[in-house]
Structures are given as C-alpha cells and as structure tokens.
Design a protein around this ligand. Sequence first.
Ligand code: F6P
Length: 327
Amino acid sequence: MGRVRRVGILTSGGDCPGLNAAIRAFVKLALRRGVEVWGFKNGWEGVVNGDYRVLKARDVSGILPMGGTILGTSRFNPLKSRKDVDRALAVLDNLDALIVIGGNGSLHIAHAFQEMWGRVVFIPKTIDNDVWGTESIGFNTAVDVATYLIDRLHTTAESHRRVFVVQLMGRHTGWITLYAGMASGADVMVIPEFPMSERQILEYILRRKRMGKSFSIVAVAEGVRYARQREQNVGIYLQRYIARELDIETRFVEIGYVLRGGTPTAYDRLMAHEMGHFAFELIEEGRFGCMTAYGGYVERGMPIREAVGRLKTVPPEEYYAAMPYFG
Ligand code: F6P
C-alpha cells in the first residue's frame, strides 16, 4: 500500500495493566513517522459513534507505568447490529489502518472487520492468558499480584489453622490459578481444564493434616463448575462443602478485579511496548489481518484467523507437572 497517513487505535474488553504501555509505544512511533493517530473512546463504541481524539505526544507522555487505559474500554459489540457495522465502516474509511487491543471477544470482532474492511492489526491482552498462539498483556501482572495476595493469606491461614478457599479470575481457563498457585505454594489448584472432584480436594487437605499441617490454601478458578453447585461462586460452594465434611474452620476469599488494576510488571511493560512497536511495523509493511503474537521475548505476526474461535488452555503436561506438589 501507499504511505500510511492516518491510523486508529482502540482498547476493547476488560481492562488490564499494560494497555497504556502498548498505546504509548504505538502512538510515539506513529507520530515520529509523521502518521496521525485517532484514539477511539471506549472500544468499538467510539468507532460506531465516531468518538475519537487525535492523539498527540503529550497524551501518551507519562502513561507507561499507569494501569487501565487512557482510551477507556467497553464490551460493546458492533456486530450485534447491521446499522452499527455500517456506521463503523463509514468511520473506518477515513483511516489507513486500525489497531485493536483486546482479548478473545475483541479478536472475533477484529476478524469480522478485517474480512469486511481489510486493514486491521490486533494486539492481544487479557489477564486470563487465553488468546490462542500468544502471550497476552496483563497476565504476568495478574499472576504477580495474585501471588502476593495468596502469600498474605498463607500466614493468617497458618496462625488460625484454617482452610482458605481462594477464587481467582479465569472465566474459561486456569492460567492465573495454576501459575499464582505454584508461585505462592498453594496446596491445591482447581481449574476448568482439569476438573477435580470435591472428594479429591478433601483428600489433599487431609493429607496435609496427617503431616501435621492443619491449614491449607485451595486455589480455584472462577470458571470451575460442579454438578451439585447452587452457589454462583464456585469458591463459596467449595468452602461450604469443606466446612461440612471436615472438622476445620474455613474461609472464602475472592481475588477478582484487583488483578486488573494498578501498575504493570516490567515484563508486561516490555511486552506491551514491543507489541505496540511491532503493530506499527506490521501496518507499514501492509501485513493486515495479523496479530502481534509473543512468546518469551520473541514476536511474530500471526494471522488473526488462526486464533479466532480457539482458546489457549493449560496443557496437560503443565498441570500434571504441578500435581505432585498438591497436598
Ligand atoms: O477476561 C478477563 C476477565 O477479568 C475475566 O477473568 C473475568 O471473568 C471477566 O473478565 C470479567 O468481566 P467484566 O469486567 O465484564 O465483569
């Protein structure tokens, strides 16, 4: 394609730490190359309503360590109405490219607009880490924060000889639960990919009791469901179950939105920076329909269509490698 003159950028779906680092890198590089950048407000809502501001260097100055997103975000899906799609397309026709920073829901929308309009580049972000084929902005920070919080529960659990059931975010996958659980030495990790019976959880707690440890930390991902569960929170269900079955004090803690707030780790900042930078390069090279896929400091442009409709789940070998440390 010819010279890139004007591009748009938006953040969509749940926020997470690191979004601003990606926005900053992309905008800075674009401005240095003489490209105008429209920052759409509140995700796709901003595109449909033509609600944007032209971003200047001062808009992205000082935002690197900030959590949240200076653009705002929403779960608004323009694909739900033909009218919204047409309005979005009319706005997009003013641009040479659009950067979408989002998770799986946004990936689906980005793919649809890539098919219709053809100039989309995607940057993956989600604390859940479930976008296929890549690491995602926000996950590393979420694991760090969850680890710190579980560490704090450990000491109080031990002092009071209690079982803490800690429910962590993770709608479809157990990445945060498994990684933060391993890092903090939780005693059982229960995740949607590898359902564990209630009885099995009790066994791990009892094993610890026999060893003289009268406290335990059970980490469970919010996406786990049991047949007998009536409670909305799986963590509350498990806490009540354990309290009923064992003669031991139990407590429930939910670690939710706190994982999405605050400042990103150095790893998330660097990855977000790299992705923002790389996204601009993909546009310059005309490699539309790609996402900035990242794995251990290595990045590549991966077709969005390869990831749509797929979920990156915890592989069996990772879970089975963790299991000997349960109980
Ligand atoms: O996808 C990230 C996530 O934080 C999930 O872990 C959680 O289930 C969901 O978003 C919560 O969504 P909302 O912000 O719409 O309540």
